[in-house]
Design a protein around this ligand. Structure first.
Ligand code: V47
Length: 385
């Protein structure tokens, strides 16, 4: 075993957490398989062979944005051919009864009134009371607070009163002032992003956290990002999941090509090893692709997000993955990786455990695996929520 892997294994065995220097050294290790095995051991100690997914839908009500960040292919200005704005009815048309979660984020719209945001949630909850709403990044919460002259607490409390369940992890990008100045100078930086999540957690609203990597950030900046999140989590314990997002270069010319599969897997594994206090590490199939996401389930990840329905942000940047996956495909991907598929909701309550069914291991393309469903113990408890 490589000396750094041995040292890290010893630290973890003694219940000690990883420091900055060790995390940096792990990024340099050529023993990717050894690193993955270590992360997999930690994942299995916590989650056994379970891999989580959710029946969800991403809705991006508009791509019109007051900002023009250099790295972003999604945002545009009103009047441009690709600009769109959804009515509340159009948002509703994207919801359906089988969904557990809607994930709603968009551009910072120049003139939608506060009531539009509240009415959107009211309408979703009226038509689909069981769907949990995970919506608006810290960047949007900050924008609403300034635009509508409300404190961050008031923004969050008003949204919660009409149905907000959790905040997604977007908008964190990478916590580096150097990168912020170069790629998103007018977007909030690390202190404000962390403050907004701290406030949400204090109010009892859980959230996720992301890292955008594979552009111009250094490995030191990646590790510092993880450590800042771990520090906040020590204080609040409000983060459910960490999601590394591999940058899709699109037409921005920030970088010529996306991070390698090896880099994706190392980032997942190191996140699992650094985050002794964040329960879930998500391998986001949209940015990694289905195959690497399923391998990542052996590198420390215990979640692959969900069906998604209509992914727009990464696909505006020419992501090669599909825009949506079926429940059957997610179950198949997880099973083929040798894990047990566990369907969850937005806050990681278990909804269904899909038992092992060896006959589905070698499914041929296009054939739906049989979905023999074992209701979990938690089922009766969560169904009524
Ligand atoms: O904040 C933008 C990133 C984020 C690109 O919380 C890009 O469960 C790659 O946060 N290539 C939004 N990334 C997506 C997001 C997310 C996704 C899935 C699950 C969750 C969750 C959150 O996407 C943005 C930005 O960091 N992004 N453009 C791009 N070209």
């Amino acid at each position: 075993m490589e000396p750094i892997l041995e040292r890290v294994a010893h630290r973890l065995q003694r219940g000690q957490r990883l420091g900055r220097a060790e995390a940096l050294e792990l990024f340099e290790t050529p023993d990717v398989i050894g690193l993955g095995r270590l992360a997999d051991q930690i994942k299995r100690a916590r989650w056994s062979d379970r891999a989580h997914f959710v029946i969800n839908r991403q809705i991006n009500p508009s791509n019109v944005c007051v900002l023009s960040c250099r790295f972003c292919d999604f945002a545009t200005k009103r009047g441009r051919p690709n600009a769109y704005e959804m009515t509340i009815q159009e948002v509703l048309e994207r919801c359906s009864p089988e969904l557990r979660e809607v994930h709603i984020v968009g551009g910072l719209h120049p003139d939608w009134p506060w009531d539009y945001y509240l009415d959107m949630f009211r309408a979703i909850k009226r038509e689909f009371p069981h769907i949990q709403i995970k919506a608006w990044t810290a960047v949007e919460i900050d924008y609403f607070s300034k635009k509508f002259r409300l404190s961050v607490e008031e923004v969050l409390q008003q949204l919660r009163a009409v149905g907000l369940t959790a905040l997604p992890g977007g908008g964190a990008e990478v916590f580096s002032e150097r990168v912020r100045k170069a790629l998103f100078p007018f977007k909030i930086g690390a202190p404000r992003w962390l403050e907004i999540h701290r406030i949400a957690h204090r109010l009892g609203i859980p959230s996720n956290a992301t890292l955008l990597y594979g552009h111009m950030e250094t490995v030191e900046e990646r590790v510092d990002h993880l450590l800042k999140l771990r520090e906040l989590q020590d204080e609040t314990n409000g983060f459910m999941s960490f999601i590394p997002l591999a940058y899709q270069p699109g037409k921005t010319q920030v970088v010529r090509r996306q991070a390698s599969a090896i880099d994706d897997l190392k980032t997942i594994a190191i996140a699992r090893l650094v985050f002794d206090n964040v329960p879930h590490i998500k391998a986001y199939w949209v940015t990694m692709g289905e195959e690497i996401a399923s391998v990542a389930l052996h590198f420390g990840a215990d979640d692959i997000d969900g069906t998604i329905g209509e992914e727009r942000i990464m696909h505006a940047a020419d992501a090669a993955s599909p825009v949506s996956l079926t429940r059957g495909r997610l179950v198949e991907l997880i099973r083929e990786s040798g894990c047990t598929p566990v369907e969850r909701d937005a806050v990681y309550d278990t909804r269904q455990v899909y038992d092992h069914d060896p006959s589905t291991r070698l499914t041929t393309a296009g054939r739906e695996p049989s979905l023999r469903v074992v209701p979990s113990k938690a089922e009766s408890r969560v169904e009524g929520r």
